[in-house]
Design a binder for this molecule. Sequence first.
Ligand code: HAM
Length: 474
Amino acid sequence: MPSKTAPVPVPKPEVAKPVEKVAESGASGKPVAKKSKVPETLRGFRDILPDEQAVWDKMDEVMRSLTRAYGFGRIRLPALEQTALFERGVGKDTDVVEKEMFTFTDQGGVRMTLRPEGTASIARAYIEHGMLNQPQPVKLWYVEQFFRHERPQAGRYRQFWQFGLESIGSDDPVLDAQVILMCERFCKDMGLDVTVHVNSLGTPVSRRAYVAELVKYFKANKKKLSETDQKRLVKNPLRLLDSKEPGMEELKADAPQMIDYLDDESKQHFMKVLEYLDEAEVPYALNPYLVRGLDYYTKTVFEVMLTNPTGEEGAQSALGGGGRYDGLIPLFGGREGTSAVGAALGLERILMAVRAAGKMPDSKRRAQVFFCQLGEAARRKGLKIYEKFREAGIDVAEAFSKSNLKAQLEVADKLKVPIAVILGQKEVLDGTIIIRDMESGAQEIVDVEKVVALASKRLQEQNVRREEKAAKMA
Ligand code: HAM
């Protein structure tokens, strides 16, 4: 078990594959050169390649549209924070802090941690920048990478992206509903059908009374608990409610439920959140076993789940989660009574679900013009003409590295570009360029200075023809 203060030990093979020397044989059979293999990516880390980009772009668009509509301002957070921030904020006995943080001591002897989540940093930033003096609530959003030393598996990485929303400075239940609604709408706009599982953990006082009852119940059934759950019973009994150990389903079914121990104020608050969700037609399900894994939550907690998961992994893992954390800002020395609510969606999990649902956006480029060049002079001039198209907002593609016209036109055909422009040696000398209609093959020679305007005119004419054709077919 790693100590909480020591750097997280990383097993050797996970750091990187060792540099491997590979001997190559020449014609004589003797080794002629030694090549070394590049160290591979670390376990749980991955590259995001261009063919996945369309879905990331779409997620960016949806985030921006939602946060603009609901008045959230973007915040960019540092990747490293003092370890104590997470120990105090997230909780020393949580899995995240106890087992999953990438922690080290720097050259100056400062203990620091690669952020495992964003809420503790947001609370720090709210206090540090005196946001208390701004009109409340202060609504912030972020899209950042986070780091947890978890066992990598589908949808679980050691570096992952979260889209987070935090609304600080008001305990109004409408804000809980707003954050939940935004999470649900984000998924919906990505083509996913989700249900939000909700529960209330009440205030720390009502929760203490509940936990005492829960401990009493599980102590009476201690023999039925696995070794892991027996440890939970001592350290963090609430976590028994989301235990997946064998036999726990039946035990949990008879366990006392939090809802019966909620104080009046928490109960009222929860009812209001549910009313707002009903009104906004956000699909939700009450889940009395939902406790979340981080210590700062009070009252509302929720998780965003696929309504009809296809794989087992989808059934188990949340696309996102959040809740109210009324005690965190006071805990960090902020003003007493500063309430807050927030959530974060895991973007890799969203991506996996979008892919499984067959809703990946088309990542093929849709260029309108293809630029062909023949010869060195044309290529040189071409760079400037190409830039003129880009400045005019016309999406233009090229194959500058190919010199043969046929090969270039083949690329244009593959991209289904409606118009190509062709610049040869002769055209460079004459100050002209050829515009080719890729559908009919018709070509015209035009003044190079007018090519952008003329090409855009031809594109418009093609559009009109296409619309007329479609209207006739209808
Ligand atoms: P969380 O439930 O720990 O909450 O993480 C939120 C989401 O991040 C998860 O539902 C999941 O989709 C994604 N996620 C977590 N760990 C991984 C991982 N190892 N690999 C891939 N995705 C992962 C929080 O972090 C809270 N700060 C949310 C919050 C904001 N509560 C209030 N405000």
